[in-house]
Design a protein around this ligand. Structure first.
Ligand code: ZN
Length: 267
């Protein structure tokens, strides 16, 4: 966890760059550049107080991420620009976190079902299920079609298992897990099209973009949301925010801490 002094320096230094766009904004709270939009009247709504109070710090963290990046990261968001000593970004660690989680679940499924697979078969099943989950653009509107019976069973079991775990244990991290899986495994999330880029197909329709390896081309929102969710959780000591932070891999947590410390000038 970042040093408390670092957190306060972060809050103090960057809250002053944050500007109020509209504090009576009636739509979904958001940030644009240095500006935050939210509804202060909603802060004390019954049962929603913590979440809306946290929302201010969530949007403020996006604005700080942006404004620090404008000054120090060539105009990019800090969380996108940051590269650690191993040459990895927060996005790299988040993606690996989700992927490892899927692979672990596939292994557990193989063991639980006593599937007698060779090392190659096991690797293939792991690769296939991981590819299916991580290259879905929009699970709700376009779930993958799976022909192979064993792959299908394993896929369903793994998705169900991760979904339940995210619902009970992951707090805010559920959103970002959705961001790497076309919302396949998340129980609450941004809309699927927030997470992927698009291209125009032969019929002139806007469709999800895939690269030459068949991998979905994502937006850069995943690390941004991870940062804002974790930071808001820490500043407000909100349970679901801290559950999210604690759910991520150590690599994700360390990188978040490094980015926060750099922005606070405590690195
Ligand atoms: Zn956000």
């Amino acid at each position: 966890m970042p040093h408390l002094r670092g957190l306060w320096r972060f809050a103090n230094a960057y809250v002053m760059f944050t500007k109020l766009g509209d504090m009576h904004y009636k739509g979904t709270a958001y940030q644009n550049k240095d500006y935050v939009y939210f509804d202060v009247d909603d802060f004390h709504s019954f049962g929603r107080r913590a979440s809306n109070y946290r929302t201010f710090f969530h949007e403020m963290s996006h604005a700080a991420d942006y404004s620090y990046g404008q000054r120090k990261c060539n105009g990019n968001y800090t969380t996108i620009d940051y590269v650690d000593k191993n040459g990895n970004t927060l996005n790299d660690y988040l993606k690996a976190d989700v992927e490892n989680r899927i692979r672990t679940e596939v292994d557990e499924y193989i063991e639980k079902k006593n599937l007698n697979l060779t090392a190659e078969e096991k690797k293939k099943l792991e690769d296939d299920v991981t590819h299916l989950i991580m290259n879905t653009a929009d699970y709700k509107n376009d779930p993958p079609k799976i022909d192979d019976a064993m792959t299908k069973k394993c896929y369903k079991s793994v998705v169900f298992s991760i979904k339940i775990d995210l619902a009970f244990n992951a707090g805010e991290a559920s959103d970002v897990y959705g961001g790497y899986t076309g919302n396949t495994v998340s129980y609450w999330q941004h809309d699927a099209d927030y997470w992927y880029t698009t291209t125009t197909d032969a019929n002139g329709n806007e469709v999800p973009a895939y690269d030459e390896n068949g991998d979905l081309v994502r937006t850069t929102k995943q690390p941004l949301e991870c940062f804002a969710e974790c930071m808001a959780g820490m500043i407000t000591d909100c349970d679901s925010g801290m559950d999210g932070y604690n759910y991520y891999s150590e690599d994700v947590q360390n990188t978040f801490n490094d980015i926060a410390s750099e922005m606070a000038g405590t690195n």
